[in-house]
Ligand binder design. Structure first.
Ligand SMILES: Nc1ncnc2c1ncn2[C@@H]1O[C@H](COP(=O)(O)OP(=O)(O)OP(=O)(O)O)[C@@H](O)[C@H]1O
Ligand SMILES: [Mg+2]
Length: 394
């Protein structure tokens, strides 16, 4: 088929041609916004899931929805080495300017700007962020140097200023597992204060599956403050098929049901794999309906693409020892593995390999689904390691 018309969208955060299987999360988000708009409190939301299941795409859908409803939105991807305080100064400045342009600032907006200035001087000493705000800092508020207190001061002031204009503020944070523990704690504390005061400030985060545990460790009331929708592979009988079939269908191209079955089995319904497969299938096929034979012919191309990009970038970030650890896990299977079993597989003690395991969790390659267990954050990583790194098992 004409590659210029290829509808599939493999990538990171690239909008899929058919966004399927996420109705309940989207509905929860609508409820969240509507409740806050009407002065009710509602749990903020943190979406969790493995790599490539569609977390970023969903955050983007949420942002569009919030914008349509006239919310002030600030969206960013957390990076390991950028402190939250620094990033927040910037983002809250943006939120404040969305609530009202400077020329129309009320007393409350000006107060928020003054606290932002204090906060900014404290956490962002180069001062670049607030250069244009044109207010004096407010000593004693937002400048203690304790992130949880200062961020709370700032969120409350922002919520007051937003509420006065009948506008809500939503923070959309991707890769939230990369927040440092005190940063996550500060964010939770600040949001909690807003929730208690029914201020229209909320957050939707997205990240790897360890987040509910990290949040619980930071603050025990986290499970009451947040809902943690988990997204994953698409249902094999319905949504996974739709994700593959609908984009072609809108361009009058059919895919035979045998071809669909074959692809669903290979991809296990993982959204990113489906997009990648669809893309190759479209480019290689010349007739509709696309046959199972073409689907099979394309499979090595898809696999080579996944191996050389999606999987390889993870391996490139590991040391030899870390890779050996991952390989030992892969040999044990795709399900969560006990630390002691992996150690045994490597012929070492649990204590000896503990630091390797911690580093892999820190790098976002593993997560801990339960005490003493670890699992891959990348779907089908075990299969990849076994086919591409079999030398490690020798
Ligand atoms: N509901 C969906 N239906 C079909 N395709 C989807 C869906 N959600 C996401 N995709 C596709 O899956 C791929 C990955 O999406 P996205 O980057 O949002 O995943 P992610 O969970 O953020 O991954 P990562 O953890 O690596 O950041 C994209 O190509 C996107 O188009
Ligand atoms: Mg993402």
């Amino acid at each position: 088929m004409d590659p210029r018309k290829n509808p599939y969208a493999p990538g990171a955060g690239t909008k899929p041609p058919a966004l399927v299987g996420r109705d309940s999360e989207i509905e929860s988000f609508d409820i969240l916004l509507e409740r806050l708009e009407n002065g009710y409190s509602e749990q903020s939301m943190i979406i969790t899931g493995l790599r490539g299941v569609g977390k970023t795409v969903l955050l983007d859908v949420f942002r569009e929805k919030a914008e349509d409803r006239n919310w002030a939105t600030v969206e960013w991807e957390v990076e390991k080495n950028t402190p939250l305080g620094q990033k927040m100064s910037n983002q809250i400045r943006r939120a404040l300017l969305q609530i009202a342009p400077k020329a129309r600032w009320t007393e409350r907006a000006r107060k928020t700007a003054a606290i932002l200035k204090s906060f900014s001087i404290t956490f962002n000493p180069d001062g670049a962020v607030t250069a244009g705000l044109d207010v004096d800092p407010m000593p004693g508020i937002g400048d203690s140097g304790m992130l949880a207190n200062d961020l709370t001061d700032l969120f409350v002031a922002l919520g007051d200023a937003a509420g006065e204009q009948n506008i809500g503020v939503i923070f959309l944070l991707d890769e939230i597992q990369y927040l440092a523990a005190p940063e996550l704690e500060a964010l939770i504390t600040a949001l909690h204060k807003c929730a208690r005061r029914a201020l229209p400030v909320t957050m939707v985060g997205a990240g790897l599956p360890q987040i509910p545990r990290l949040a619980g460790e930071a603050k025990s009331y986290s499970e009451r403050l947040f809902q943690f929708p988990k997204i994953g592979k698409l249902d094999l009988n319905t949504f996974a098929r739709d994700a593959l079939v609908l984009p072609a269908k809108t361009l009058n191209v059919q895919i035979s049901s045998q071809a669909v079955d074959y692809i669903i089995e290979y991809t296990e319904g993982y959204p990113y794999f489906l997009q990648e497969y669809g893309k190759f299938l479209w480019d290689e096929a010349s007739d509709s309906p696309i046959s199972e034979a073409i689907a099979k012919e394309v499979q090595p191309l898809v696999e080579a693409k996944l191996d050389n990009s999606f999987f390889r970038v993870r391996v490139d970030r590991t040391t030899e020892l870390e890779l050996k650890y991952l390989f030992a896990m892969a040999q044990l299977g795709s399900h969560p593995q006990k630390a002691s079993d992996v150690a045994k597989e490597l012929g070492r003690s649990t204590e000896q390999v503990g630091p390797i395991r911690s580093r892999l969790i820190n790098k976002g390659l593993l997560y801990t689904p339960g005490h003493g267990f670890a699992a891959f954050t990348v779907p089908q990583f075990d299969r990849y390691l076994l086919r591409r790194h079999s030398d490690l098992g020798e």
